[in-house]
Write a protein that binds this ligand. Sequence first.
Ligand code: 16G
Ligand code: MG
Length: 541
Amino acid sequence: MDLDAIREYSALHAKPNGLVLQYGTAGFRTKAEHLDHVMFRMGLLAVLRSKQTKSTIGVMVTASHNPEEDNGVKLVDPLGEMLAPSWEEHATCLANAEEHEMPRMLMDISVKAAVNLQQDAFVVIGRDTRPSSKKLSQSVIDGVTVLEGQFHDYGLLTTPQLHYMVYCRNTSGQYGKATIEGYYEKLSKAFMELTKQAFCSGDEYRSLKVDCANGIGALKLREMEHYISQGLAVQLFNDGTKGKLNHLCGADFVKSHQKPPQGMEMKSNERCCSFDGDADRIVYYYLDVDGHFHLIDGDKIATLISSFLKELLLEIGESLNIGVVQTAYANGSSTRYLEEVMKVPVYCTKTGVKHLHHKAQEFDIGVYFEANGHGTVLFSKAAETKIKLAKELEDKKREAAKMLENVIDLFNQAAGDAISDMLVIEAILILKGLTVQQWDALYTDLPNRQLKVKIADRQVISTTDAERQVVTPPGLQEAINDLVKKYKLSRAFVRPSGTEDIVRVYAEADSQENADSLAHAVSLAVFQLAGGVGETPRPGF
Ligand code: 16G
Ligand code: MG
């Protein structure tokens, strides 16, 4: 390690004194102007991680659904997974070291993590469309270069596309070609093959309206359009030519406000969906004939997909175990439907893709989705082998096995991916001849409400049981229990956000009015028992 060169280059990406940031649920995330040193240092860290794992490591520059002025960075581990927890700690230490301590911190990390500094390193880099992203990704490259790592800059990519590239490169191309064309070819081929047996691909299935949140999803869907145009015509809205990224549009806006994005022309009963700013989330929705808005969130996506997979497994006669993984935010109706009607086991983990992903790996087929639209399906190697063998069986089984193989190819197994999820959903709707209303009618969501509460130190709230129960401060869980008892079909929980300096409150109940009133009462309890600051939460939204 050339410590003098590191010092010299680091000074060009100097850390503002006293700034402390945390590698959170989805990496570092804050105002773009505070991130230059973090980017440089993450370039350095990616080189160490690459040397240690003897694999290609990814660095993605994005702040996903957050405002355009923000930015962020996260590292992608060799199999396209989120960074290992011990390295999240290294990332936090390195990002927060004051300028003069930084080279020593880098050495400390290499020693602690037993990095062989002689090993070669390779880093791939992607970025979203934010105005700040280009310069920030250049700072990542500076960090990689000063440690003499090699790199490939993919430029503009969705987050899941970068995960895909990392996975391809570390499996010697077995998973697919590590190029943008490779990604489009793999997905579109699986989509076209899967849908070609469909009897009813009439006009109502041909066209889909997509709100791209004025982000990278628009650019990439446009590039992909002609690969899939025979099966699906996508009509893009909020494509970044006019509006601001994530502003009044995108999956996060639609899910949290439970209303259509601006800039989208919706007619009744038309199938529409929204991506978020880096295209790793998707939610669907439509307006009914009375103009009422219906949201189809990650829970209903998981339900559609798992029922389709269950049917195919029945056809091939293989006893592969399938499990659905959700978080506490999953609507109670979805959990009940999956367990009681579909007889699929459901598990709950903490919020954040890495937790769901980890749990889903325990099954032959693990379906995981957060209610907010992050998710995918993971197939174990054993499941892939059994499905491959089933192709040798008699006709009907062979067909089902072939379809399952295409489903495996369609899902980006490295990460939840709005584009690949969209293609799977569209294929299932076509194959089953389901309209968006029929899909929505699988079950009725319980009315729910999410609120934010500002408190002095959100760390005073600790939780257990996959964030469904509060442990500290004392008395808060008892207060929530008493409030929940006052309503029917009710449930509520609170958790400190991993991405914002606030506490999140979730409540559901038999009517919207009751869900709203329970959410407000719980917010008050948090405010009073956990050190609320500013104005006392008021009823009404
Ligand atoms: C991040 C997570 C997302 C989670 C959200 C929760 C990833 C890639 N993203 O965006 O899964 O739902 O944080 O945010 O893991 P919160 O902690 O502020 O509620
Ligand atoms: Mg995102």
